[in-house]
Design a protein around this ligand. Structure first.
Ligand code: FE
Ligand code: CA
Length: 549
């Protein structure tokens, strides 16, 4: 057993215990919490010795814990999360929901705002508190909290928790980034995407947890709009979500998963969305099906708000159907991540979103005005890449950038293949600016892969200007072995592809090299699974072109 296994077991145990403890437990009165009388009830997550139920000693702290404000059951059912770290701060997230699947979307709470205490400590026992305060979980935003915990040290791990009345949240572990100019020996992170709840268990997350990554990057399809499923994988909606209440129920069903909660509690996440956070293959204001157009603005507004409410974003809440999700994350002098939004500003998919499209019969493909990112984001990215002084420039985004064209068949016009002019502009700007060490991280396709991106069109010929790593899905259905048999990897310029398995990508990034391990789990049909490394790929700093190891 590796040390990671211990951490993993420990975190899962805490999440599980935390829930069990509050089932039917008559909690101590609110006033006694500050005196430490509730250490066997609400404080389980703080100590490592609570499996026996023996009381732990609560350290003296200066935190003033608000009373229960009428909350009659554990409100921390959705766990905790952190995200968007900076050298001196990190966003701490939770959402109060004593009844998370409440069909009205209020999580079992009323219309009143709720005051919550938060604590950040340098140790797991919360003996060395470094920051604390209270914040208001507004009813308007589903009683979610996005606390900006400031005044922290760079490149440092912390523990955090929330408290209200007799209730204490599970403990989360998070970290700050290195100082902007710091030399960094190594960044270890995982990236993942596409977790269709109803299709299987999220067995990958046990392995992400065991890796003890510095960071988790999620590239979209965090939820899917589909109801269905059975047993623990059931999503309690009768039809696709239409309003804010429906989307909140969806997130609550997804975020109830103990493995997902454990990984959120283990490291900061940096997230972006793709289509299914709203609905399949939407493009800005255009829904998947034309007949849904009249209701789509309201639906998108609800979906955007629910997304903001449930993820640890360093952003103000959306205004209507606008949420500026694209942003950067800097990891010292080692890496700058450009986190993209390929959904909110794109032009509609060409040629009726037909799949496959025969390129020669779809003149729209040549339309220079079509855009994946919108002009503002595109300029932001181009300028950012040109100015970036970190060794690695990482483009964390949604859909496949490599050209996947079989003869004259454009396999998927929802990908960058449907936006060839936009892709050409981006690749040209990288080449013209002499931007080296560009790595594109991709989700969406439910398949793993690795490829060099070449000018002018990400095809098989031309100068290598960037490198693309595609992660397969956590649980969404893959394309299957049939397609794998139809594709000649080398003819398409792919260094690696896996169309069958589920998993994630584990990256080790140093000033000299980037190594990616494509992790595949054996199954998603059971709650746990073995995992193995299906392929390893390396990019050396200063040398264009990735290499299979
Ligand atoms: Fe997906
Ligand atoms: Ca997608």
């Amino acid at each position: 057993m590796s040390p990671g296994d211990d951490l993993h077991a420990d975190l899962l145990r805490r999440v599980t215990m935390h829930r069990r403890r509050f089932l039917g437990l008559a909690v101590a009165g609110a006033g006694s919490l500050a005196l430490g009388a509730c250490s066997d009830g609400g404080d389980d997550a703080a100590g490592g010795t609570t499996t026996t139920g023996s009381p732990t000693t609560r350290p003296a702290t200066s935190t003033t814990v608000p009373d229960a404000q009428g909350i009659a059951a554990d409100p921390f059912t959705l766990g905790v999360a952190s995200g968007d770290p900076l050298p001196d701060s990190v966003i701490l997230w939770t959402r109060l929901a004593p009844e998370p699947l409440d069909p009205g979307g209020a999580g079992g709470l009323g219309a009143d705002d709720v005051e919550v205490a938060w604590e950040v400590a340098a140790d797991e026992e919360f003996e060395r508190l470094v920051a604390s305060g209270t914040d208001v979980a507004g009813a308007e935003f589903g009683h979610s909290l996005h606390v900006d915990a400031t005044g922290l040290e760079p490149d440092t791990w912390y523990w955090y928790r929330f408290r209200i009345g007799p209730y204490t949240s599970p403990v989360g572990r998070t970290r700050t980034t290195p100082a902007d100019d710091a030399d960094v020996d190594e960044l270890r992170f995982a990236f993942a995407s596409c977790q269709l709840r109803t299709n299987g268990h999220w067995t990958s997350y046990d392995h992400v947890l065991a890796d003890r990554p510095d960071l988790v990057v999620f590239l979209g399809d965090y939820i899917y709009e589909y109801p269905g499923g059975t047993g623990p994988l059931r999503v309690p909606l009768e039809s696709e979500p239409a309003d804010l209440a429906d989307y909140r129920v969806l997130y609550a069903a997804y975020k109830g998963d103990a493995k997902l909660q454990a990984v959120h509690a283990a490291a900061p996440w940096v997230v972006t969305w793709d289509d299914h956070e709203v609905e399949n293959n939407y493009a800005a204001g255009v829904p998947e099906h034309d007949e849904d157009a009249p209701d789509f603005e309201a639906r998108r507004r609800a979906a955007y708000q629910a997304y903001w409410e449930h993820l640890p974003l360093r952003l103000e809440p959306p205004e209507g159907t606008s949420l500026r999700l694209y942003r950067t994350l800097r990891w010292g002098s080692l890496a700058t991540f450009f986190v993209l939004d390929g959904r909110q500003y794109r032009t509609d998919q060409v040629c009726g979103d037909s799949i496959p499209t025969v390129a020669s019969s779809c003149p729209e493909l040549d339309d220079e005005s079509h855009t994946m990112l919108g002009s503002e984001q595109e300029a932001w990215l181009t300028d950012g890449l040109a100015q970036a002084d970190a060794t690695w420039k990482v483009i964390a985004q949604q859909t496949v950038m490599k050209a996947l064209v079989l003869g004259d068949l454009v396999l998927n016009v929802d990908q960058w293949d449907g936006y060839p002019a936009a892709r050409r502009r981006l690749l040209r700007s990288i080449a013209d600016g002499g931007v080296e060490n560009v790595v594109v991280l991709t989700g969406d396709i439910h398949a793993a892969g690795a490829a060099d991106l070449r000018l002018p069109d990400a095809g098989t010929d031309g100068e290598v200007v960037a490198h693309e790593l595609v992660g397969t899905s956590i649980s969404s259905p893959g394309l299957g072995a049939a397609l794998a048999g139809a594709i000649d990897l080398s003819a398409m310029g792919l260094a690696y592809a896996n169309f069958a398995d589920h998993g994630y990508v584990r990256c080790s990034v140093t000033p000299q090299r980037w190594e990616a391990e494509f992790v595949a789990v054996d199954t998603i049909d059971r709650p746990t699974s073995e995992a193995s490394v299906d392929a390893r790929v390396e990019v050396r700093a200063g040398t264009a072109g990735l290499r299979r190891l």
